[in-house]
Design a protein around this ligand. Structure first.
Ligand code: APR
Length: 244
């Protein structure tokens, strides 16, 4: 196996086949909600209840969703590579927990998680599975100052040090179901590409930075990714998209 350390970046597209809407599409979330209202610190300051309602609804809905064949293929890839002494790090922009439900590990939630809340008073965050609002008390400092533990526009993504280490170490980069317009995640491919690492894209259609990728596997991730993983684990090489 010539590839030992894979970095996988996932976006909303990997969860679409599980019934979770993507952000940028005709029927996407950002068509129905104004980003500035529900995904910025300023929006939360203006109308916290609107923002709590938005994420409470999403948390309730995601609770009922299950991983699809694309999430499960990544778990298989991880197990297969680890059995040969390699690693697969999954950096996700998604706030759902479908990689966790698929029993993957080494998952980095760079944009936060629906199942976590953050205290604006003491800065602690912790696991949370229920509705949250302005009366929810912090379990540490007891202030009623909780917010969704989501990285909003204008905020710095989580775990950037760990992500940088994973980018340095990887010898193969895969981006799955992401539109390639939100930075810093959209810039990972350029960084890997400059270092001569193969960069693979899995998307319904070419993403905004498709030209930087070495190869594009177009189609539903729930179809292309299981086929890719089966080939990759059997042969140890990257298939031509037409071979899948
Ligand atoms: N298989 C593969 N790709 C798919 C599928 C599918 N079944 N369905 C949709 N896609 C692709 C779309 O073509 C699109 O390129 O997934 C991508 C989804 O793009 P976005 O909705 O922009 O989601 P994402 O890239 O994850 O957004 C990045 O923006 O709004 C913020 O913080 C939010 O994490 C999010 C970030």
């Amino acid at each position: 196996m010539s590839y030992q350390h894979i970095l996988v970046l996932t976006g909303a597209g990997i969860s679409a086949e599980s019934g979770i809407p993507v952000f940028r599409a005709e029927d996407g979330l950002w068509e129905q909600h104004r980003v500035e209202d529900v995904a910025t610190p300023e929006g939360f300051a203006r109308n916290p209840q609107l923002v709590h309602d938005f994420y409470n609804n999403m948390r309730r809905s995601v609770k009922t969703k299950e991983p699809n064949p694309a999430h499960l293929a990544l778990t298989k890839l991880q197990a297969g590579l680890e059995a040969r002494g390699g690693t697969v790090t999954i950096v996700t922009q998604n706030i759902d927990d479908l990689h966790d439900k698929a029993h993957s590990h080494d998952i980095i939630h760079m944009h936060g998680a629906l199942n976590s809340i953050l205290c604006q008073h003491c800065g602690q965050s912790y696991e949370w599975h229920e509705d949250c609002d302005g009366t929810t008390e912090c379990k540490f400092c007891h202030h009623q100052a909780m917010r969704p533990d989501i990285v909003w526009f204008g905020e710095i993504p989580y775990h950037m040090d760990a992500i940088e280490r994973a980018i340095e170490r990887c010898d193969l980069f895969m981006a799955i179901g992401t539109s390639g317009v939100v930075y810093p995640a959209a810039g990972f491919v350029s960084y890997c590409s400059r270092q001569g690492k193969p960069c693979l894209e899995f998307n319904l259609a070419p993403s905004a930075n498709s030209g930087v990728f070495t190869q594009s596997f177009l189609g539903k991730a729930g179809t292309t990714l299981p086929a890719f993983v089966a080939y990759f684990l059997e042969h140890g090489t990257i298939p031509e998209p037409a071979a899948l």
